[in-house]
Design a protein around this ligand. Structure first.
Ligand code: SF4
Length: 302
């Protein structure tokens, strides 16, 4: 399977089957400090795009053998809304998703565009990142390609929310000494009041980041969360795990590792002890890398 991965059990969304629209390399119009992928020059469009029918074939194959997941998540090694056939893909997935919900994870850079809004309106859930309100902090954290302004993101979100009947989730990721100020939180609170999301996720750097940046502590997250307590707030403490007891096979773990680092704890949750040992053996043989972030070891496939 080239484009799908999982399903992994996410605390926030349940069993999630992932669709990666850019499996071979990163294609994003941001280059966030905290990105779990390697740093890369931002691009304004995808130069390598999958055929939507190929993705749908993989999803069909998966659904023949497994239960319908809680969500089918459209994502990418990069920004999925740069995919020129997104609307067609969403329509195809909607025709086969059964009781699964369709979700996209986006950085919000294109949400002001009418064509993107039209496509996203067909989804059940949309999760958008929003780390700052001031252009200066936005550029520092998210390092967008030229001509992207956070004002457009916010205006687009306000407009989109008025039309979108599904679940809109805003994710704020806090980087120590960059966007962890009271002022930033107050500004975010004010725009969130206009956006009216169904849920706000507040987290910090967790997996090994693209740049040398640090997470804030759980205590600091709680403190910052106080500014957002009017919302349906979900604080993503670093000690929490994303997954639970899925008994994945070695090749399935390797597929996930291509897309995101896993902590040793994640590995314990995701698989049995034999497969865990096989993965750790690859670490000892230097086929996979081990790095420490904020006191926690992560396995990387880069
Ligand atoms: S975190 Fe997401 S939006 Fe930011 S650079 Fe990485 S892929 Fe792009």
């Amino acid at each position: 399977m080239k484009y799908i991965f999982g399903a992994v059990n996410s605390r926030r969304f349940g069993a999630s089957l992932g669709i990666d629209l850019s499996p071979d390399f990163k294609q994003c119009n941001f280059d966030c400090l905290y990105c779990e992928l390697d740093k890369a020059k931002p691009v304004s469009k995808m130069i390598d795009e999958p055929n939507p029918e190929d993705i749908v074939e993989e999803v069909k194959e998966y659904l023949k053998k497994h239960n319908y997941p809680d969500v089918i998540t459209i994502t990418a090694n990069g920004e999925p809304t740069l995919y020129s056939q997104l609307n067609k893909l969403i329509e195809l997935l909607n025709s086969l998703k059964g009781k699964s919900k369709l979700l996209i994870l986006t950085n919000g850079s294109t949400i002001h565009r009418e064509d993107i809004q039209e496509a996203l309106l067909k989804l059940d859930m949309v999760k958008v990142s929003l780390d700052a309100v001031s252009e200066k902090i936005f550029k520092k954290v998210d390092r967008p390609i030229q001509n992207i302004s956070v004002k457009n993101v916010i205006d687009g979100l306000i407009e989109f929310r008025k039309k979108f009947k599904g679940e809109l989730i805003i994710e704020i990721l806090v980087v120590k000494n960059v966007n962890d100020t009271e002022e930033n939180m107050l500004e975010l609170r004010d725009v969130l009041r206009l956006i009216k999301p169904d849920r706000v996720d507040l987290g910090t750097v967790d997996r090994p980041p693209a740049y040398r940046v640090e997470p804030v502590s759980d205590e600091k997250l709680l403190e910052l969360g106080e500014f957002l307590k009017d919302f349906n707030l979900n604080i993503l403490f670093r000690r929490n795990l994303d997954f639970s007891n899925l008994n994945l096979e070695e090749d399935e773990i390797l597929e996930i590792l291509k897309r995101r680092p896993l902590s040793i704890d994640d590995l314990t949750e995701l698989t049995d002890s034999i497969t865990k040992e096989k993965i750790l053996d690859r670490v000892y043989k230097n086929e996979l890398k081990l790095v420490n972030v904020g006191g926690r070891d992560y396995i990387l496939n880069r």
